[in-house]
Design a protein around this ligand. Structure first.
Ligand SMILES: *Cc1c(COP(=O)(O)O)cnc(C)c1O
Length: 389
């Protein structure tokens, strides 16, 4: 085995696709310490810059004092501390669903939903650029899998007409695609749902807290809040905490409690995490100014990068993909940016399709104009040097 793995690793290195882990320390809401140097973080998912918010930290600390470090048991046994119930109720209300269920993280939530709610007679239609957690979840399901072209509702409809299902038909999609920053056409998808009786499982990991008038997520932006069959989102991105939620009708949630293995067979989340999630949720429910400040930054960064000639594809929110193509070239750009104090990882296969390696810039609320000007100036310089613009 060792010989085989060593050879494979050498292959990754030769093609510029070898990964190492960088150990960092977040020192402010926008900066990390790496080695002994400070970097502006250009690839954080903490869109609202809340992971160092005093109220989140205070809530987490108080919850530790009240509940201890961790329930040390699965939720089905003795781990379901009262904070779960409060958080489930409030997140369901916020997003206009009947009932919520917290999972340890988004990966496990997707695994739980898809493998439990779909069976061998069913068909799952899946966007070709869906997140790996969705792809793996669909693999775990016994349903037939049909991939449709990215965001292409004509292709989806063609496939729905062509492929018969003995059981039910599901569509699984992200609301905001994590590596491309573009949005699923939820309005058209909802029309297809009505026409063909589809069930939609929506992953709003990158929509939550960012899109819609009140930050309820991408559904809100399409006037479809609470309208999907199963809605999933996380507390670990814009909300600056950790964990995930699944929202649906009461029957679906009861079924997941009884059968979702990634819910049943894992230790409950630490109280501090639940308390931080609840604090974050209450902050964004009360106050849309964080979201508004984020969007000012998004418009500023997007505007300048676009004017400089970068092809930002169909991206719309805080995720700005700068597709480079070649793995080694993406790494070279990453290294040049690091030299300038800008922390921006190159995203390579298998996270994105072969030949589409990229810099995935993310905009966060905490950026100042000086931060953004500095980032833009250097991205433009390096983009020109590499022939991208
Ligand atoms: C991050 C992410 C997940 C996984 O969530 P975690 O809580 O980090 O496990 C799931 N789906 C999408 C689209 C994501 O971007």
């Amino acid at each position: 085995m060792l010989e085989r793995l060593t050879k494979a690793l050498q292959g990754f290195k030769d093609s510029g696709n070898y990964r190492t882990i960088k150990y960092l320390k977040p020192i402010s809401d926008t900066r990390v310490l790496y080695g002994s140097k400070e970097y502006l973080n250009l690839c954080s998912n903490s869109y609202l810059s809340m992971h160092k918010h005093p109220l989140l930290l205070k809530s987490a600390k108080e919850a530790i004092d009240e509940y201890g470090s961790n329930p040390c048991s699965s939720r089905s046994v003795s781990g379901s501390i009262a904070l779960y119930e409060i958080l489930e109720k409030e997140i369901a209300q916020f997003k206009h669903y009947k009932r919520g269920l917290i999972f340890s993280n988004g990966y496990m939530a997707n695994m739980g939903i898809i493998s439990t709610l779909t069976g061998e007679k069913d068909v799952i239609f899946s966007d070709e650029l869906n997140h790996s957690s969705l792809i793996d979840s669909i693999r775990l399901s016994r349903a037939k899998r049909v991939i449709y072209k990215h965001r292409n509702m004509n292709d989806l409809e063609k496939k729905i007409k062509k492929i018969q299902a003995k059981g039910e038909r599901f569509v699984v999609t992200e609301s905001v695609f994590s590596m491309d920053g573009d949005s699923a056409p939820l309005g058209d998808l909802f029309e297809l749902k009505k026409t063909y009786g589809l069930h939609i499982i929506l992953d709003d990991a990158h929509g939550t807290g960012v899109f819609g008038r009140y930050g309820r997520g991408m559904e809100e932006a399409f006037n479809l809040s609470g309208k999907m069959d199963v809605h999933m989102g996380t507390f670990g991105k814009a909300l600056g905490s950790y964990g995930a939620f699944v929202l649906a009708d009461d029957v679906v949630i009861q079924f997941l409690i009884n059968r979702a293995r990634t819910f049943m067979y894992t230790t409950a989340l630490p109280a501090s995490t639940l308390a931080a999630s609840l604090a974050a949720l209450r902050i964004i429910r009360k106050d849309t100014s964080l979201k508004e400040a984020l969007w000012k930054n998004i418009d500023y960064m997007r505007g300048h990068l676009k004017d400089a000639g970068f092809d930002l594809k169909e991206s719309v929110g805080p995720i700005i993909p700068i597709v480079v193509g070649n793995d080694k070239k993406a790494i070279a750009m990453h290294e040049l940016l690091m030299k300038k104090g800008l922390f921006l990882q190159a995203i390579r296969p298998p996270t994105v399709p072969e030949g589409t390696s990229r810099l995935r810039v993310t905009v966060v609320r905490g950026f100042t104009h000086a931060d953004m000007d500095y980032a833009i100036e250097n991205l433009v310089k390096i983009g020109k040097k590499m022939g991208l613009i």
